[in-house]
Design a protein around this ligand. Structure first.
Ligand SMILES: [Cu+2]
Length: 109
């Protein structure tokens, strides 16, 4: 019986209870670009960007976010999750792979 108690205790300790859930930020890629185009976020607040491309009529088939060292493909209608925690205030620009010609911004305060 003692053994079972110890094992249960270890499982509880290793559960990720301490880390706060990241804030989910939904972003779509449409003919107009990234929507919403500008998002207010907080410094040191963990974010989970959920990016879904909803059109073929865009060159934003990739998302580049230098601050998170991210360059990911955006498949059609398939949400892509990007974890990012801004560590300083100010605008963080992300965008397509062609020098962020199509872009959006996270306004970190
Ligand atoms: Cu582009």
């Amino acid at each position: 019986m003692t053994t079972i108690t110890i094992v249960t205790g270890l499982i509880l300790l290793s559960a990720p209870a301490a880390a706060p859930a990241p804030r989910r930020v939904e972003i779509s890629v449409t003919e107009k670009g990234f929507e919403p185009n500008s998002i207010l976020v907080k410094k040191d607040e963990p974010l989970k960007l959920v990016v879904t491309r909803k059109t073929e009529a865009t060159c934003a088939k990739k998302l580049v976010l230098d601050e998170a060292k991210v360059s990911v493909d955006l498949p059609m209608n398939k949400p892509v999750e990007i974890d990012f925690t801004p560590t300083k205030s100010g605008p963080v620009k992300y965008g397509c792979q062609m020098g962020k010609m199509i872009s959006g911004v996270l306004l970190v305060e």
